[in-house]
Design a protein around this ligand. Structure first.
Ligand code: SF4
Ligand code: SF4
Length: 376
């Protein structure tokens, strides 16, 4: 198993991290503990030492299952990462209660890597207003936390604000060969590198979207090496960035664990031919984009409440991957009052769009594609 040193904090985690948010489920929707145990046992036996969970993964069940499975292991043989659900907090008083609950569920008296979960402009303001960093520093002084970090989902400018605000031990961003310009993106990677802050990467295969491509795209990879999985290209792409110290994969079955472990044991750097194939796949995926909305928001606000850029972003993403999975959560988070079906076709927004998008013509097409029952 490939390992990478986080020099500033003196740790050497496994490059493959076990993401604990997509465990296999039983028919009643709860975690299949027996299968999960088999997966985690295999991962740990093959050198995975970084286990990443969170308070809300699997509706709060993940931490307890992870604690149960890891109880038989020596605590020094693995490291635990978990997260404080900042967006749910009304004030600072919940912090210690949630943290103690996490220790109990994880059957441990310390967390190695503790993150402020899912920071955005809004939740970052809450972190500052409630003084959450000071509370985490107190917990660190008490020996209950080793390293303080944050995970991030917002625009680059917000990322820059947050990462420059404090001497973080590490941070976690979304990064993959399709998302170099999204959220923190490549600019965020470079800034973290300059600041000497080691990175943990989530969504390296974009929620599974880069593990299964259309036949013509898969052929570009298979023609180079038929034995190599499609997911392995996405993982090796992320691994080609040296300040990425842990790559989290949210594995759902033993086969995926075996494939991911093989990708990192040992890690084989991408050849020039493989880099070209990734570039070709990226272009082919981007060609499926339906319109050129850049998300600039010049068209906003819509007098009827439609969130125009967000609807277009989801629509374009759906077409790129020809799959609802990558947009499931953002679609559920888009308020009904802002969805595409609220467009009355007045056309008032169109004169303001620098890309000259026929917004009133596209919105009914967006709704035809996104009014899928899976998130109703
Ligand atoms: S055309 Fe639709 S999206 Fe544009 S302003 Fe009118 S209602 Fe809003
Ligand atoms: S103005 Fe045009 S490009 Fe900008 S967000 Fe609106 S639709 Fe997209």
């Amino acid at each position: 198993m490939e390992t990478r040193e986080m020099k500033t904090i003196g740790t050497t985690p496994s490059l493959l991290g076990m993401g604990c948010m997509r465990f296999p489920l039983q028919e009643d929707g709860t975690i299949d503990v027996a299968q999960t145990q088999e997966m985690m046992d295999y991962a740990l036996a093959n050198g995975v030492t970084y286990i990443d969970t969170a308070y809300f993964y699997h509706n709060g069940e993940s931490e307890g299952v992870v604690g149960e499975i890891l109880a038989k292991y020596d605590r020094s043989s693995y490291t635990l990462a978990t997260k404080l659900p900042v967006w749910t907090m009304k004030d600072a008083s919940d912090t210690r209660k949630i943290f103690e609950d996490q220790l109990q569920k994880l059957r441990t008296d310390y967390i190695d890597y503790y993150l402020l979960h899912n920071l955005s402009a809004k939740s970052w303001q809450a972190v500052k207003d409630y003084g959450l960093i000071s509370i985490l520093e107190e917990l660190r002084a008490e020996g209950k936390i080793k390293y303080i970090g944050f995970s991030f989902h917002d625009e680059y400018e917000v990322f820059e604000d947050i990462i420059k605000y404090y001497k973080w031990d590490f941070c976690q961003i979304q990064f993959n060969y399709m998302d170099t310009e999204e959220q923190a993106g490549l600019k965020g990677y470079q800034l973290a590198d300059e600041l000497g802050i080691p990175l943990v990467v989530m969504e390296p295969v974009r929620g599974g979207a880069l593990a299964k491509l259309s036949d013509d795209m898969e052929e570009k990879f298979k023609s180079i090496n038929p034995e190599e999985s499609i997911a392995s290209y996405a993982l090796r792409y992320v691994a080609s960035y040296p300040n990425v110290k842990v790559i989290l994969s949210g594995m759902s079955n033993l086969e995926q664990v075996k494939d991911n472990v093989a990708t990192f044991s040992p890690l084989r750097p991408l050849s020039q031919e493989e880099i070209m194939a990734i570039q070709e796949v990226r272009v082919a995926l981007e060609e499926r984009i339906q319109n050129g909305c850049t998300g600039c928001e010049y068209c906003m606000p819509c007098p009827h409440g439609v969130n125009i850029p967000q609807n277009f972003k989801l629509w374009n993403t759906y077409h790129m991957y020809q799959n609802y999975e990558p947009i499931r959560f953002p679609m559920m988070n888009l308020p009904k009052r802002s969805q595409a079906d609220k467009c009355v076709g007045c056309g008032l927004c169109e004169a303001k769009c620098p890309q000259h998008i026929k917004i009133s013509e596209d919105m009914p097409k967006v709704w035809a594609d996104l009014s899928n029952p899976i998130w109703k």
